[in-house]
Design a protein around this ligand. Sequence first.
Ligand SMILES: [Zn+2]
Length: 212
Amino acid sequence: MELINNGLGDNRKGGYDRVDRWDEDTTTALTAHFSEVLKLLGEDDQREGLKETPKRVAKSMQFLMQGYGTDPAEILKSAMFHEEYSEMVIVKDIELFSMCEHHMLPFIGKAHVAYIPDGRITGLSKVARVVEGFARRLQVQERLTVQIRDCIQETLEPLGVAVVIEAMHLCMVMRGVQKQHSVTTTSAFTGAFMNSDKTRREFLGLIGEKLH
Ligand SMILES: [Zn+2]
């Protein structure tokens, strides 16, 4: 995939460089499909406000799906250091934007990630980028939670990994299937977080979560 910067200048957001990425051939094909979608929904795809919409959506979808082009394990390895530190490392309140694979609507929330190093640590920002790499795909929250956990466990081989995700699913909120504003919480643990109540409670206390 060819990577093209949209040239909009400073679009830095939330502490990372947001680079819009799209492929010209994919954009052309998607644009035709989204025009068709508009017509099937009863719209006039040639009216002023919609003229550029299929192309915008085509680019936007590629941005939202850019996780397919990333290898989160490689991101972790790119900043892996030997260190004897063996206390819990927590990265909390990582902003999370993902897309539900059943309805292709967003789910948004926060991820909290912790690990207990066993001789290897990684850059804190890399943990957030692992979350992003898996989130920018079509997902279900449960799988996303486990993928983040397994990636950190298999790459850093720490004494334990904990991942908690709290997210609001627009497919639930907008379609009125369940209580509005309800937040779905998922968690996944390995090692010390699974085997030790004390360690798990310490983590949950530090992220302010009241899981049972
Ligand atoms: Zn959904």
